[in-house]
Write a protein that binds this ligand. Structure first.
Ligand code: ARG
Length: 568
């Protein structure tokens, strides 16, 4: 309906400057005042004129009736004054033509909000912990994070995607100890991350029986921190093995990062920030550790240094934020992690503010809920995990089976796109804060509100247009069916849908929009003859509708990392 708002805003702005000179009113000002009346019988759009009476020095009634008298436009069937309101009723057919033609003219750029020009956004997402499995818990940060990157890019921001690898910390002490005791190079080269995870799991099992292993691991990590050459070589190798694995999944999802600077990258950047915290007079000693007290904000203290002087997760995040601000001069730096880390982010964001960094309000934490499978909780230490690659593999295999049954001509590459898409779509169907229980059958159903259904609808638009040749390049409707009217409304909502998804950091707003668009298109497809319409202009209009749907649906799917095969 943005189109309708823009048209009304421009009309009112021009008329007001004529009627009420020397007072002026910009289209932007009017746009923010326009409302959608809750009761459709009053019209499709309303301008509450009491908001104008001060600046225009007239009563709301007078403003509304003067404007109503002067205004007319083909997009509106009527423009009337009722009380202090100016009510607009759209002309449905003209409105629909405008929507379709706007989509066709703008093409892939339709709906792109002009928010980000000249601005940079840094997105920190996915960020698995090296040598730990890349499991279903990482699905959220990976696909929400990447969708947010795509949405911001669409809005014109320059985006920097960072994989803040968990490549430092005591787990490396454990892993090196485990490798030296029970590991073997050939096996790791062959089984890659699975072998590393097995070592990690074994370490925890053995440490249950023999406490001293933990001391050994701590000592080993201390050696790594002092850059002991043997430890460093093993550490580098573990990272390389892990990345090999992650990249397989990223490739399937079409994700690349601009930087893989993980936690270790900030080792030499921390001392300056710790010094700054000290100088700000907020570093306190608490039971031997150095902390920043956050009692005033009802939070536990933020840990900066352990008793033995080693740094912690928040310390590295503080140094990373400062480095990123200096390097990229971001407007926003977005962190996508599970909701379990809300306190961590709230704490160190506050510390950064206390340190005097006035850009602290550009830091945004985007949390999400937990995932379980069959109601089971997942934990790395016990080895009870579902790996992302296995989840995708399972989905792809099942899709292959379904396609065989359906006898479709599509090849393995399409099965991969549908299988991967099914998981992404299923995951992004809910508000991100909702905890979800994964049910593979639901994700893969071709009939429900699923990824395969959305992709199938997209493929349907492609095959219609393939048969249409050049037809359907623009719409000019005089009358239309209820299905066409509804479809035009859904298409018109795309721009504001994108804006909302960005404002709320919520890709599921796009997912739900996709389902609305698919439903409206499929009703139109079933009720209205398209290729076979007898009247040439009706056929032309319906193909234009189809083309507009293909454009918007394809764009919407790609904004949530969904592959868009043209044939299924
Ligand atoms: N590696 C962390 C984990 O797996 C997530 C890192 C998120 N990013 C950050 N800058 N803290 O829990």
């Amino acid at each position: 309906m943005q189109i309708l708002k823009n048209t009304a805003a421009e009309l009112v702005s021009a008329a007001a400057s004529d009627l009420f000179a020397p007072a002026t009113l910009t289209a932007d000002e009017v746009r923010t005042m326009l409302e959608y009346p809750p009761d459709g019988s009053m019209g499709d759009l309303a301008l509450p004129c009491f908001k104008l009476s001060k600046s225009l020095r007239r009563s709301p009634m007078e403003i509304a009736s003067k404007l109503a008298e002067k205004l007319s436009h083909p997009a509106f069937a009527s423009i009337e004054a009722v009380g202090g309101y100016l009510n607009f009723k759209k002309d449905a057919a003209i409105f629909a033509s405008r929507v379709v033609n706007t989509v066709l003219e703008k093409g892939d750029a339709y709906g792109a909000p002009a928010l980000g020009e000249g601005k940079t956004v840094v997105l920190d997402y996915s960020s698995p912990n090296v040598a730990k499995p890349f499991h279903i818990g990482h699905l959220g940060t990976t696909v929400i994070g990447h969708s947010l990157k795509l949405l911001h890019e669409f809005a014109g921001y320059k985006c920097v995607g960072i994989n803040h690898l968990g490549d430092w910390g005591t787990q490396f002490g454990k892993l090196i100890v485990a490798y030296k005791k029970w590991g073997n190079r050939e096996e790791i080269e062959e089984k890659e991350i699975d072998a590393l995870v097995a070592l990690y799991v074994r370490f925890h099992a053995e440490a249950e029986k023999d406490e001293s292993l933990n001391d050994e691991a701590r000592a080993m990590f201390a050696r790594l921190e002092q850059h002991d050459e043997e430890c460093m070589a093993l550490w580098r190798w573990f990272i390389e093995i892990s990345l090999r694995e992650y990249n397989k999944t990223y490739r399937m999802l079409g994700i690349t990062f601009d930087s893989y600077n993980g936690e270790s990258f900030y080792t030499d950047k921390m001392p300056a920030e710790i010094e700054k915290i000290r100088k700000a007079g907020i570093l306190e000693i608490d039971d031997g550790a150095s902390v920043v007290n956050l009692e005033k904000w009802n939070m536990p203290p933020c840990l900066i240094l352990k008793r033995d002087g080693s740094t912690l997760y928040p310390t590295r995040d503080i140094a990373a934020a400062v480095y990123r601000k200096n390097t990229y001069d971001f407007e926003k730096c977005i962190y996508v992690t599970s909701a379990g880390q809300c306190l961590h982010f709230a704490q160190w964001f506050k510390v950064l503010e206390m340190m005097g960094y006035d850009w602290y309000d550009g830091l945004v934490h985007v949390p999400y809920g937990t995932v379980s499978i069959g109601g089971e909780k997942l934990a790395t230490r016990t080895g009870n995990v579902i790996l992302l690659k296995d989840l995708f593999r399972q989905a792809i295999d099942k899709v292959k089976g379904i396609m065989k049954e359906k006898n479709t001509a599509a090849g393995d590459d399409v099965a991969e796109k549908v299988g991967v898409g099914a998981i992404i779509f299923y995951y992004l169907s809910n508000n991100r804060m909702r905890d979800i229980n994964f049910v593979m059958e639901d994700a893969l159903s071709f009939d429900g509100n699923t990824g395969p259904y959305a992709q199938y609808t997209y493929a349907r638009t492609c095959s219609l247009l393939e048969k249409a040749g050049d037809a359907g390049k623009s719409a000019s409707l005089l009358a239309m069916t209820a299905e066409e009217a509804e479809l035009s409304l859904v298409l018109s909502r795309f721009p504001e849908t994108v804006t909302n998804a960005i404002a709320e950091y919520e890709p599921s707003i796009i997912t739900r929009y996709i389902l609305d668009l698919c439903a409206a298109f499929n009703r139109f497809y079933h009720e209205c003859q398209i290729l076979s319409a007898e009247d040439a202009s009706v056929r032309e209009n319906r193909l234009a509708f189809t083309r507009a749907v293909k454009t918007v649906l394809g764009r919407a799917l790609s904004l949530i990392c969904m592959p868009t095969p043209e044939k299924i």
